[in-house]
Design a protein around this ligand. Structure first.
Ligand code: C2E
Ligand code: MG
Ligand code: MG
Ligand code: MG
Length: 282
């Protein structure tokens, strides 16, 4: 009995793996088709200055709506894009689209506004990444100082020498760099000090905890102190309620992003939302 159970277990396991792999291959094809048929698009989530409550920038977030109207989360399809190599083309499209949007926003009078773009490790490591970045800036006419790349803290910890060089090159173009999901990795102060970065983004997990236990808020507090000591800009991610915004502001966090202020929205809506904000604070 034990043996048949074992076999059954084994069979079940491998059949599941097959399903898993087939599903991945299916998604790879579907994603490629979706990309070529323009079913992928960007949404923009405003970033707010906590002192003035005015928008200072927006993060571009990739969306995939399938033909039957279902949304697939980037947390699911980005790994597939990375695995299949599609991320190289897709990431270039994201950067160009966000840069073009920045130019449009500037033309509409939003001149002190930054657009942030998430960059995956596979993209960042690609030998043509810098050439691609320069070309995208050139072709769109986006001012580099208003473009920010977000790399994750886990990326920031691998191969320090390569990364230090790469960041220096990126910064040489004038483009800014933020470390995303900060607090989830284990970067040391000395490591951070060697990296030419501009900004830390406090991971949502620590923002959520901020109004809960005192241990939770101490992580956000530590990140804010660290950022301030290094002269970096700091953005809190995933701010959902007013109390969190208040606590963050009192801890010295200058910027925030989250559902409290605005959800990610299509480019057309962002333009209208910004116009509304400008009227409101005029
Ligand atoms: P991320 O860069 O850390 O983006 C923040 C995520 O938090 C976004 O999820 C955003 O919609 C969500 N968020 C913002 N405010 C709130 C809030 O107040 N509460 C909650 N619960 N969530 C909030 P999203 O759009 O699903 O993106 C997930 C991740 O996918 C991103 O995390 C990023 O790592 C990746 N991603 C998205 N777009 C791109 C892209 O164009 N390229 C690459 N390489 N990765 C991307
Ligand atoms: Mg991000
Ligand atoms: Mg993040
Ligand atoms: Mg994330």
């Amino acid at each position: 009995r034990a043996k048949s159970q074992q076999r059954a277990g084994h069979f079940y396991f491998s059949r599941n793996m097959g399903v898993e792999i087939r599903e991945r291959v299916r998604m790879m094809h579907a994603l490629r088709t979706a990309f070529s048929q323009h079913e992928l698009f960007l949404m923009y989530q405003p970033q707010i200055d906590l002192a003035t409550r005015r928008p200072v920038g927006a993060e571009a977030l990739l969306r995939w709506r399938t033909r039957d109207g279902k949304f697939v989360s980037p947390d699911r399809f980005i790994p597939i894009a990375e695995y299949s190599g599609l991320i190289i083309e897709l990431g270039e499209w994201v950067l160009r689209t966000a840069c073009a949007e920045l130019v449009r926003l500037r033309a509409a009078g939003h001149r002190d506004f930054t657009v942030s773009v998430n960059v995956s490790q596979v993209q960042f490591r690609h030998p043509q990444f810098l050439a691609m970045l320069r070309q995208a800036l050139d072709d769109t006419g986006a001012p580099p100082e208003y473009v920010e790349l977000e790399i994750t803290e886990s990326m920031a910890m691998e191969e320090p020498h390569l990364l230090v060089e790469m960041l220096a090159e990126v910064r040489g173009t004038g483009v800014k760099v933020a470390i995303d999901d900060f607090g989830t990795g284990f970067s040391s102060l000395s490591h951070l000090q060697r990296l030419q970065i501009d900004r830390l983004k406090i991971d949502r997990a620590f923002v959520t905890e901020i109004t809960g236990s005192s241990r939770g808020s101490s992580i956000a507090e530590m990140v804010i102190q660290l950022g301030r000591n290094l002269g970096l800009s700091i953005v809190a991610e995933g701010v959902e309620d007013e109390r969190q915004a208040q606590v963050l502001f009192h801890l010295g966090c200058p910027l925030a992003q989250g559902f409290l202020f605005a959800r990610p929205m299509p480019a057309e809506d962002l333009m209208a939302w910004l116009a509304g904000e400008a009227r409101r604070s005029a």
